[in-house]
Design a protein around this ligand. Structure first.
Ligand SMILES: C[S@@+](CC[C@H](N)C(=O)[O-])C[C@H]1O[C@@H](n2cnc3c(N)ncnc32)[C@H](O)[C@@H]1O
Length: 499
């Protein structure tokens, strides 16, 4: 039965609100889903009129239950394990064996994968299953398998790891036997062992900053962002592609959905490879320049249906070409310059600039800290730790160096040492929001669920009391307000039944 129609002006205002707050555009064929979600929201939140519902949404924060219900309703994305057999075969037969062999030869047993727009987690768990298949010594590896989404309800389901038979329709029998257990109600639960290798977090691709060590979206080997671009308009897709490029290590790969349409202009810095049924398009352009915020201004409702430039059929695998050396670093040698380079994620240039200062005799703690940050973001984790320790040897009481050290140790999966560094950071500054937040995540990862929740609630309480628009030093451009919103989303993901 179709959902009850809404007044056209209300529908338009709702689309605009969603577009402004999340970057998601609602297309004509999705209007029925919007209407059904609104009908459900009206009764759930005690409204009788759609206008009251809209006013309630406007007054509520983007991280409120009302808003989250709306986003969860309109982003219900179908996903299933081992979706897209051609991509899965490429991962299983080519990409993983080659990368694993290379890492073994280099004696660096680590791998970093991000499922961006992970929905209920099937995509990320499929990768974890492929890894379990190929790594007999899985426990020796430092695996970073991250799933993020804007839909907190989907993230809660991903954490829970219970699926219907339909979600397993493409799952190989051996994987089903090894990683799932069937419950009395016939649902399939993912094994605790596999769940222990992945983690999920809230991240809005069109709003939040990445790459960032804080969201663990730096120095990645593989990003899967499949069937997500359907929600965005081309300007946002271009910006997300640029940021994905910065997240990947040179030679890293990006997998898009088979039907994701992107403009060829967004492929700068990537070279394309053919997969069975996909287009090949090769680009040797250097890393793309940063798109200014004005270029991704939200489209007005009346622009939503504007025809787009003709899209290229999406390639399914995109790899990062080596960036060309730049002249920026040589010119940038003051601390302000290096801070600016770090701020715009120009890690290589920041590193070169720090090296040129060091060659001229500068041996300060701050310079070492800069170096550590750039190295860590480039995935040169062991060197980063050395630089960070060298910085702390010169200035033992620097909370930012202790926090950076904690993030580096987290990447190295040295959890007890990371926890010690976080506690030291908090000893130096007990209002350090990001340290409380990271401590919470770490405690959860170590199985201390209640302690983890408490630390995250501490972070939220501090963020809510602080000046909303004050930028956090170590939080990838987030201010207190954004940090509080992310914490509210993530707390609901960990406690989905709490009102
Ligand atoms: C169709 S599902 C795709 C799931 C999975 N990637 C796959 O291909 O099977 C699309 C997912 O993108 C998420 N999404 C939409 N807009 C997003 C945004 N701005 N940031 C992060 N995730 C978003 C939705 O919540 C949904 O879970």
């Amino acid at each position: 039965m179709p959902a009850p129609a809404l007044p056209a002006a209300i529908e338009e205002q709702l689309c605009l609100l969603v577009r402004e707050r999340t970057g998601i555009r609602i297309l004509d064929h999705q209007m029925e889903t919007l209407r059904r979600t609104v009908a459900d929201g009206l009764s759930r939140f005690g409204h009788t009129e759609a206008a009251d519902y809209l006013a309630g949404l406007r007054a509520a924060r983007a991280s409120s239950p009302e808003h989250e219900h709306l986003i969860a309703g309109i982003t219900v994305g179908e996903s299933y394990f081992f979706r897209d057999q051609a991509q899965m075969a490429w991962l299983r037969e080519q990409w993983l064996p080659q990368l694993i062999a290379r890492r073994r030869a280099e004696n660096t047993l680590s791998l970093r994968i991000w499922s961006a727009g992970s929905s209920d987690g099937q995509e990320l768990y499929s990768l974890a299953m492929l890894l379990a298949e190929q790594l007999p010594d899985l426990e020796r590896w430092n695996l970073h398998l991250l799933g993020t989404d804007i839909n907190a309800e989907a993230l809660a389901r991903a954490l829970r790891g219970r699926y219907s038979e339909w979600s397993l329709r493409a799952t190989p029998e051996a994987a089903r036997q090894r990683h799932f257990r069937q419950e009395r109600d016939r649902a399939w639960s993912i094994s605790a062992a596999l769940r222990g290798h992945v983690h999920f977090a809230y991240l809005n691709l069109s709003e939040d900053s990445f790459p960032s060590m804080l969201s663990e979206t730096n120095a990645l080997d593989l990003i899967l962002c499949r069937n997500v671009f359907i929600y965005f308009d081309p300007a946002i897709v271009a910006e997300v592609m640029r940021k994905f490029h910065a997240c990947l290590v040179p030679g890293g790969h990006l997998l898009l959905g088979a039907s994701d349409l992107i403009d060829s202009g967004t492929l700068d810095g990537f070279s394309l490879h053919n997969l069975d049924n996909a287009f090949t398009l090769q680009s040797h352009a250097p890393a793309p320049a940063k798109v200014e915020p004005a270029a991704v201004e939200p489209a007005r409702a009346d622009q939503r249906a504007r025809p787009k430039p003709p899209p290229q059929a999406a390639p399914q695998v995109v790899s990062v070409s080596q960036p060309a050396p730049t002249a920026t670093a040589a010119a940038a040698t003051s601390y302000e310059d290096i801070t600016r380079l770090l701020g715009r994620e120009a890690w290589r240039e920041a590193l070169e600039a720090a090296a040129s200062r060091q060659m001229r005799g500068d041996d300060s703690a701050l310079l070492r800290q800069f170096r550590a940050k750039a190295l860590a973001n480039l995935g040169r984790t062991h060197e980063a730790l050395e630089a960070c320790d060298a910085s702390l040897a010169r200035e033992a009481g620097d909370k930012h160096s202790h926090f950076l050290r904690a993030l580096i140790l987290l990447e190295l999966h040295r959890l007890p040492a990371a926890e010690e560094s976080l506690r030291r950071t908090l000893f130096l500054d007990r209002y350090f929001v990001e340290a409380h937040y990271q401590l919470g995540l770490l405690q959860m990862r170590r199985g201390a669920h209640l302690g983890g929740l408490k630390s995250m609630k501490n972070a939220l309480a501090i963020a809510e009391r602080a000046q909303p628009d004050r930028r956090l030093h170590d939080a990838a451009g987030r201010d207190h307000e954004r940090m509080a919103a992310i914490l509210r989303h993530e707390l609901r993901m960990y406690e989905p039944d709490k009102p």
